[in-house]
Every structure is written in C-alpha cells, then in structure tokens.
Design a protein around this ligand. Structure first.
Ligand code: UD1
Length: 341
C-alpha cells in the first residue's frame, strides 16, 4: 500500500481528500498543527472509512518539526499540501504571517522531499491566480494577473516555486486550481468547521438558516451580471477531493506530460450569489433572511472554469450539482448544531 502525506489533512478540503485516498486504498499520514481544525476530525474520518489515518501534530513551517514528520514516516511516497492560512482579509492585515507560513511550509516540505528523493507533490492552488479574468470561462492558459491579496499571492508564488523546482528535476508537481469549494461529505461527519464569523458565502448561508446569524448580506447587486450579483463556480468538496486522488494516481501511473502541471478544478458552470441562495431555499425548504449590501472590497465580478483540460488530460470531472452542494452543506450544519466540535 502506498503512503501519502497529507499536510493540513484535518482541515476542510484535506479531511475529505483523506477519505477519498483511503477509499482508493492509499495509506495516509496526516500532519496538521490543528490551528484551524480539530483532532476529532481524525475520528470522524475513521468512522466514515473504517480506517484510521496516521496523525502527527506538527507545525510544518518549523524546519525541525517538518523533518520529524518525514523521519517518523519514512514510507511516505507523495505529498498533498493543504497546510496554509486561507483568510483573504486577514492576509491583507498580516501579510508577513501569510508569506512566512504558507511559503515556509512549502519550502520545508520540498526540502525534506529533496533530501529523501520523494518525487510527487500535489499543491492546493486557487482560481484566484487568474484575478478578474478578461475572457470567460478561464482556461489554464489564461493569464495570471497580479494578486489582490497576500493570500492569493502565496498561491501564485507557490506555483512559481514548484515550476522551478520541477525544472531542476527535484520534484514532479501538480497544482490544482480550485474554484469555490462548498458542501460536505454525505455522512455529515466532516465538513467546513466555522471559525468565528464566516467569510465565505455557504457557511454564512447555513448559519443564517440555523439561526446562528441574524441575516445574510449579499455583497452588491450592481455588478454587470444578469441578476447583478457576483458569479462563482461552486464545486462540491467531495468532487474536489477526488481530483487529488486522480492527480496522485497520475504520478504512479506515469501519466504526467510535464514535471509541473496545473489544472482547473471547477464544474465549468457559474452560479450567481442569488442563484445559490435560491437553490438553498428550494432544496432545504426555508426562506433565508437576507439583505442586499454594498460590494465587498477585493471581490471579482465573475469567474468560472473551462474544464476541458482537466476532463481530457487529467481524466477528472465534477459530478455533483448545486442542489447536492447546498443539501450536504445543510446536513453538515445540522450535525454541527447537534454535535459541535
Ligand atoms: C475567496 C478567494 C478564494 C479563496 C476562497 C476561500 C479571492 C478573489 N477569492 O473566494 O481565492 O480560495 O475565498 O477562502 O480572493 N458573499 C456574500 N455574502 C457573504 C459572503 C460572500 O454576498 O456573506 C459573496 C461574495 O461577495 C462573493 C461570493 O459570495 O461574490 C463568494 O464569496 P466567498 O465564498 O467569500 O468566496 P470568494 O471570495 O469567491
């Protein structure tokens, strides 16, 4: 059985990916400092799959802690890197923390891999690398535009670091450019753990429906879109998780065409903020208390993915629709209300 190190594996996307890796008979080591997650997630994963992943609490931005992870698990053959800070607004207030943490983790992990001859690396990237696209849908060949936040810039810089490390033949890397991950595992045992007031739309919707938040504010309805609200490519987190397994298989099956590859991981379909709200109201059968507010600084108007390359080259396609996204997000919210972490 091949062993994959999943950094940040107790987090939202990480935990769903661990489940899919175990389902495909990979053995998983999770390294996580639990700064934005909870150890109970490990038990929840075990409940879903019947397999316990190895877990090591470690701050990978610390060189010696990172080394310890690789020393403890010499069987690691590939790494999926989720460990990173991810709040866009916070990154503008604490840019140095974001560069130090997100890039420090990446560099430390790559250094350990180099020293041990571990070749395969999957990076959690983002559609934020495209900025406000001029042409839609965005393709992998669309231009990278100047980042609007340090968070987004760490995603761009991580891709550059991987490109050059791969060019030096020290690693084979795949960057997965996620669009907007939402929803939760169908078991409702894992999902996105709220940390204070959510920044992202879906957790704000479910918390408003659950009565935790009084009102949802739609940030602007004067955008040049059909209903005036922003458009995003929402993707079910389980579909997203499966893309990582496909990327890992690609290495072991020697299917990669270049030492550094990058793929759009979206559905190819854009929904506006109001359309997502309507889908939620219809699927759950509740009326959401929402109001229209002013635009949020830094938001782009619209983005959705061209998925041709990920379908044809990677051999991956999102399967779940918007109703499955909202329904699973709601089931997870109800689970959290009953059994808070
Ligand atoms: C942002 C980041 C993305 C990152 C993601 C996950 C940018 C441009 N995008 O995505 O890189 O991966 O967060 O953290 O940096 N909205 C409301 N009311 C709310 C919350 C959101 O109307 O209470 C709207 C927003 O204005 C936006 C849409 O919902 O139009 C989606 O917002 P959000 O879920 O925060 O994700 P992004 O900003 O698209």
């Amino acid at each position: 059985m091949r062993t994959i190190l999943v950094t940040g594996g107790a987090g939202y996307i990480g935990s769903h990916t661990v489940v899919e890796l175990q389902n495909q008979n990979y053995s998983v080591v999770i390294a996580d400092n639990l700064s934005n997650s909870n150890e109970k997630v490990i038990e929840a994963i075990c409940q879903i799959t019947g397999k316990k992943p190895d877990f090591i609490k470690a701050d990978l931005s610390d060189q010696s802690e990172c080394k310890k992870v690789f020393d403890t698990f010499p069987q690691i053959e590939a790494v999926i890197n989720f460990a990173a800070y991810k709040a866009v607004g916070e990154s503008c207030e604490k840019p140095l923390d974001y560069y130090k943490n997100n890039l420090g983790i990446l560099l430390n992990v790559l250094q350990q891999m180099k020293e041990r001859g571990i070749k395969y690396f999957v990076q959690s990237s983002s559609c934020t690398v495209y900025g406000e696209p001029e042409v839609l849908p965005v393709r992998e060949s669309s231009p990278i535009q100047q980042a609007t936040s340090p968070y987004g810039n760490t995603k761009q810089m991580a891709e550059d670091i991987l490109r050059f490390t791969a060019m030096a033949k020290q690693v084979k890397a795949i960057a997965l450019r996620y669009f907007n991950p939402v929803g939760a595992h169908e078991s409702a045992l894992i999902g996105e753990l709220p940390n204070g007031v959510p920044n992202n739309l879906m957790p704000f919707i479910t918390q408003t429906a659950a009565g935790i938040r009084k009102q949802l504010t739609v940030f602007g309805n004067d955008y040049p879109t059909p209903d005036g609200t922003c458009i995003r490519d929402f993707i079910h987190v389980v579909d997203l998780a499966k893309a990582h397994v496909v990327a890992i298989n690609r290495f072991f099956e020697n299917k990669n065409k270049a030492d550094f590859e990058y793929f759009n991981i979206g559905t190819g379909r854009g929904y506006s903020v109001l359309e997502l709200i309507n889908s939620f109201e219809k699927t759950i059968g509740v009326k959401l208390n929402y109001t229209i507010g002013s635009r949020r600084q830094g938001d782009i108007t619209q983005i959705w993915a061209d998925t041709t390359v990920s379908e044809q080259e990677l051999g991956w396609k999102a399967e779940m629709d918007i109703d499955q996204m909202t329904l699973s997000a709601w089931k997870w919210q109800q689970h959290l209300d009953k059994t808070p972490f």
